[in-house]
Unconditional design. Structure first.
Ligand code: URP
Ligand code: ZN
Ligand code: ZN
Length: 462
């Protein structure tokens, strides 16, 4: 066979094994794996490099209005470019239904937005209004076109479904083989804390962490799991930030719950002390759930190594440090009125590789599982996330020795800061491919706007 591309002499890393060999690519797919392969219209010398599945970013807010109406700073062009520079070949951002909107309209809106993407994409559907027509007609239609994950919120007044609404979504998801994702924080606990803090005039960014205590996450994670068990539906807990929450996930999984979970680099790299930086600088670090402490970081790493989490995702929620983003409600806004979220789509994999693999906390196989393979399995991307004949040639070639200092400019997003600024990391993606096309090579974008394709996903396979 004449290959379009042969990746020669690299260390091939999969979620199951690491080996030396060549990869032959033809018509956008992996056509052959062998010790050595001849030919190739292009031969990429991967000596000294690690060749692995391109990352799949399964938690990102791209061209998405938040519940308070703030548009994320990244659209599908800048967001996908940033993802690609961070070693990702595809991503699954959210398509958010706000109250009163039909899911069909929401999907049409996101189809138009996503047409700019340079990498393959799908959407998780956020449901904030589970009206009968949504549950009976619109969600099944979304599912039929390959949108097989629905996300719900237990917090934020305009998104919170309440237990009954969650049960409605969980049971529709179960019926169709979809997976329900949940942002788990107890809304009333947070509101009660907000009221008490406001009454004392404690509204600086650092009080954001105090207003959303560990218990609020732990209670909600536990409740979400029990609700899912009542209707025997699979559940995915997003952005677990607490030791207690991770322990509940571990225990319930061990006892057989149909449960999946992720954590995020910000909960490993940053702490609530970052919210107490001078002036309003702390606003850069406001995200929900909030940053915790060093002891929690150690526990979360332990859970990553032990297999509690399927994925480490970015929760890229980019709001600029200006009046279009963080300070839409003014530069001296109290913390509940500062936009929630931080960017991180480009930093996710370099951070996880450096702090995880290079520092010996996880194996290379675990890195591949956490960055790509598990997301493909959990969310039904059956042609992605693996290096095997027949799979899409979504491949990232990493220099494991490169020394990189993180800067905002190198994130290639539309943001004016990165919370990871100045971190010294080991390892970086040099070449990233999507369906056989090189999209990033040695710091240069090679992709064209709009070359990403929608990925119709399969039902969840427990
Ligand atoms: O603070 C965050 N993570 N903002 C994005 C929306 C969400 O809660 O996932
Ligand atoms: Zn969330
Ligand atoms: Zn999020």
């Amino acid at each position: 066979m004449q290959f379009d591309t042969v990746i020669h002499g690299g260390t091939i890393a999969t979620a199951d094994y690491v080996t030396r060999g060549d990869i032959g690519i033809k018509d956008g797919r992996i056509a052959a794996l062998a010790e050595t392969l001849p030919g190739g219209d292009r031969r990429i010398d991967a000596g000294g490099r690690i060749v692995m599945p391109g990352g799949i970013e399964a938690h990102a807010h791209i061209a998405q209005e938040s519940s308070s109406g703030v548009m994320s700073a990244d659209d599908y062009l800048s967001g996908s470019i940033s993802a690609a520079f961070g070693g990702n070949s595809s991503f699954i951002p959210f398509a958010a239904q706000h109250r009163g909107q039909s899911v069909d309209e929401v999907i049409a809106t996101y189809d138009a937005r996503a047409a700019r993407s340079v990498i393959d994409y799908s959407y998780h559907l956020i449901i904030s209004d589970p009206a009968p027509e949504v549950l009976e007609d619109q969600l099944p239609r979304a599912f039929a076109r390959g949108i097989t994950s629905f996300k719900v919120f237990m917090t934020y007044d305009l998104m919170n479904l309440g237990d009954g609404g969650m049960l409605d979504i969980l049971s529709v998801a179960r019926e169709h083989g979809a997976i329900t994702m949940v942002h788990a924080e107890n809304n009333d606990m947070v509101k009660w804390m907000n009221k008490r803090l406001a009454a004392k005039g404690l509204t600086a960014p650092k009080y954001h962490a105090i207003s959303r205590p560990e218990l609020a996450e732990e209670e909600a994670i536990n409740r979400a799991i029990q609700l899912a068990k009542l209707v025997d539906a699979p559940l995915f807990i997003v952005h677990v930030s607490t030791a207690g929450g991770a322990e509940i996930v571990r225990r319930e999984k061990f006892n057989g719950a149909k449960l999946f979970a992720e954590t995020c680099p910000q909960y490993l790299a940053l702490t609530r002390d970052d919210l107490d930086r001078p002036g309003m600088e702390g606003a850069k670090y406001i995200c929900s759930p909030p940053l915790r402490d060093h002891a929690t970081q150690d526990v979360l790493w332990h859970h990553i190594a032990q297999g509690t989490f399927e994925s480490v995702s970015s929760d890229h929620a980019p709001y600029r440090f200006d009046e279009t983003g963080k300070f839409l409600n003014g530069f001296d806004a109290p913390y509940p009125k500062i936009s929630n979220g931080m960017p991180g789509i480009a930093a996710r994999l370099p951070y996880l590789f450096s702090e995880g693999v290079a520092k010996g906390r996880i194996t290379l196989e675990q890195f591949v599982a956490l960055s790509s393979t598990n997301a493909a399995k959990t969310f039904g991307c059956d042609t992605k996330g693996r290096i095997a004949p027949g799979m899409d040639a979504d491949i990232a070639i990493w220099d494991p020795e490169a020394q990189v200092t993180v800067t905002a400019a190198d994130q290639h997003d539309n943001m004016d800061y990165t919370p990871f600024e100045g971190m010294e990391l080991t390892g970086k993606p040099e070449i990233v491919m999507n369906r056989g096309a090189v999209i990033v090579e040695n710091g240069t974008l090679m992709a064209q706007e709009g070359q990403g394709r929608f990925v119709a996903r399969q039902p969840v396979d427990l």
